[in-house]
Structures are given as C-alpha cells and as structure tokens.
Design a protein around this ligand. Structure first.
Ligand SMILES: CC(C)(COP(=O)(O)OP(=O)(O)OC[C@H]1O[C@@H](n2cnc3c(N)ncnc32)[C@H](O)[C@@H]1OP(=O)(O)O)[C@@H](O)C(=O)NCCC(=O)NCCS
Length: 140
C-alpha cells in the first residue's frame, strides 16, 4: 500500500535511513520535508511497516524527486517502481526531474528502465565529490 508520508512514519523512516549505503538525511531534514507545503512524499507500507519512501517537491506541473529508498529486505519487488508510477499519475503532471550519483548503478537502472532520459551532468555535486547525472521523465 502506498500512502502520503506523515510524521507518524518518521521513526521507521529514520531506522531505514540509518542503514543506508548512500548519504542519509538528518531527522530535522526529514521533518522539514514532511512539513514543507510543496512536498509530495510517499511511503510504501507492508503489514503496517514502512518498506520504502519517496520524497520530492511538486511545483506547478513538475515533480522534483529528491530521494527514493526501499528497505533492504523489500528490494527488487517493484516497490520503487510503484512509488514513481504513483507520482507519474498525479493529475496534470508534465515531467519529473531528479539527480543521481553517477556511481549509483542500481538507481540509474531504475530510472532508465522507467523511461527517464539523461539531461546533463553536475560535477562535484555530492559532499564526497561524486558527480551527479541529471534525469528527466516526460509524462505522456
Ligand atoms: C534504488 C532503490 C530505491 C530501488 O528500489 P527497489 O524497490 O528495489 O527497485 P524495484 O524493485 O522497483 O526495481 C526497479 C528496477 O531497478 C533496477 N534494479 C533494482 N535493483 C537492482 C539491482 N540489485 N541490480 C540491478 N538493477 C536493479 C532494475 O532495473 C529494476 O527493474 P527490474 O526488476 O524490472 O529489472 C533501492 O535499491 C534503494 O533503496 N537503494 C538505496 C537508496 C538509493 O540509492 N536511492 C536512489 C538515490 S536517492
């Protein structure tokens, strides 16, 4: 089941976040994102437990996807695809933008498999000096 993320999901999100292989967000940043008026954040829930989440900003008819995570035990079951699918069906949405580390092969597979196309490159984008690839999905 995919739901809008709420503050009640925070504790479980932080537990998943603490085990991530990519840079994690602080509790304060996650609260800010949940409370931000332009945020459209989703959680995937299985047996009342958070199995994944997606954070982003809905600005006019565009969505900027800031983070997508699936808990390690639930990966490769289509949960990330389902969350992107849900936002792509948002009424009147025209496109989705995102950046991803050029080293994140799995995430790049996810986005390219979904139909995102590369739009550019940002050098030294992440705090560890890694470059980012920019992607866009045009919604038909
Ligand atoms: C990236 C991530 C969100 C994918 O979540 P997921 O629910 O496991 O992904 P899905 O099951 O929806 O898979 C969708 C596609 O992603 C790609 N993919 C997922 N896992 C993969 C793996 N282990 N190896 C290669 N490609 C993979 C495949 O193209 C897959 O499609 P397919 O199953 O039809 O081949 C998850 O691996 C994750 O949380 N990673 C850590 C956080 C992260 O890097 N987030 C992205 C940047 S913010």
């Amino acid at each position: 089941m995919i739901l809008k993320a709420k503050k009640t999901h925070l504790k479980e999100i932080l537990i998943i976040e603490a085990k991530l292989e990519i840079a994690s967000w602080s509790k304060k940043s996650i609260i800010n994102e949940i409370e931000n008026d332009c945020s459209y954040n989703l959680v995937s829930v299985h047996s009342n437990k958070v199995s994944g989440y997606m954070f982003g900003w809905m600005i006019a008819n565009e969505y900027h996807l800031n983070k997508i995570v699936v808990s390690k035990n639930f990966r490769r079951k289509g949960i990330a695809k389902n969350m992107i699918e849900m936002v792509s069906n948002f009424p009147n949405l025209k496109r989705i933008y995102l950046e991803v580390s050029e080293r994140n092969r799995i995430a790049k597979n996810l986005y390219e498999g979904f139909g995102f196309t590369k739009q550019g490159h940002r050098s030294n984008y992440y705090s560890d000096g890694t470059n980012a690839k920019m992607y866009k999905l045009e919604i038909k």
